[in-house]
Design a protein around this ligand. Structure first.
Ligand SMILES: [Zn+2]
Length: 250
């Protein structure tokens, strides 16, 4: 698609994109101390909608609000596999109007020290990372409004690069799984945790917002192929240690 066909200025001079992003960041941080703190705390209720309005005005010339009427921006602590998501229904026109960008607060609240490599950009703070994730989702929303579908095609990349200077679509924000792996914990690891004053040993079987640990227990509800019984525990990741580490230090 040639530049003239976008209903907003694209491509922008790279310096303009940076300046506009910085303006939005300053506007949001000035008004929302929770967002501005490090690590970020609970956001004001209207911060996501403000963020959308500022982006729509400064980058899209109001195209998004014209196209969608309401484009909802929601925060989710359960979105742990990606930092943002654009959600819409392909077929029903009514549903398209209530399209949604879901942003993960799991990432935002957990990150503290940059730099983070995100969509080809190096960003310094979690707040800026949050905006760059949002920009990526905005490109999905704009492409969907214009063409009825979206992906990471050349067209999408020219939009993301033209508006925001993104040169890629991958991020290196650490997921909970990555963070756990850095501490030597992965699915299948033998782990230790404290419970009611005792050290319990088990097998890590799932890493999400909390970890699942199977602990040998003759009265446990779970049974493996060999007939051994286990009780299932949900444990917060920071409370787990690698069983191997514990032996070395003990
Ligand atoms: Zn994408």
């Amino acid at each position: 698609m040639s530049a003239a066909e976008w209903p907003f200025a694209c491509p922008l001079p790279p310096e303009d994109a940076r300046k506009r992003r910085a303006m939005i960041l300053t506007a949001l941080c000035t008004r929302d101390g929770g967002f501005a703190s490090l690590p970020a705390g609970r956001l004001l209720e209207d911060t996501p909608a403000r963020m959308l309005r500022l982006y729509d005005e400064l980058f899209f010339r109001g195209f998004l609000s014209r196209a969608y009427g309401t484009l909802r921006v929601t925060l989710s602590s359960r979105l742990t596999s990606s930092a943002g998501k654009f959600i819409y229904a392909r077929s029903a026109r009514e549903r398209l109007r209530s399209a949604e960008i879901r942003m993960s607060t799991d990432f935002l609240y957990r990150l503290d020290q940059g730099p983070f490599l995100l969509n080809g950009l190096s960003v310094a703070t979690p707040q800026e990372a949050f905006l760059v994730v949002f920009e990526h989702e905005l490109c999905h929303a704009a492409e969907t409004a214009l063409f009825g579908s979206t992906g990471h095609s050349a067209r999408f990349l020219s939009l993301a690069r033209g508006l925001f200077g993104h040169t890629g679509t991958r991020h290196s924000l650490p997921t909970r799984r990555d963070a756990a792996a850095q501490n030597g914990l992965s699915v299948g690891s033998a782990v230790l945790f404290e419970m009611e004053g005792k050290t319990v040993r088990g097998l890590l079987t799932y890493v999400g917002k909390t970890a699942t640990v199977m602990v040998p227990d003759s009265r446990g509800a779970f049974r493996d192929k060999a007939g051994r019984r286990y009780a299932k525990y949900r444990v917060s990741l920071p409370l787990l240690r690698c069983a191997a580490d514990a032996r070395e230090s003990g």
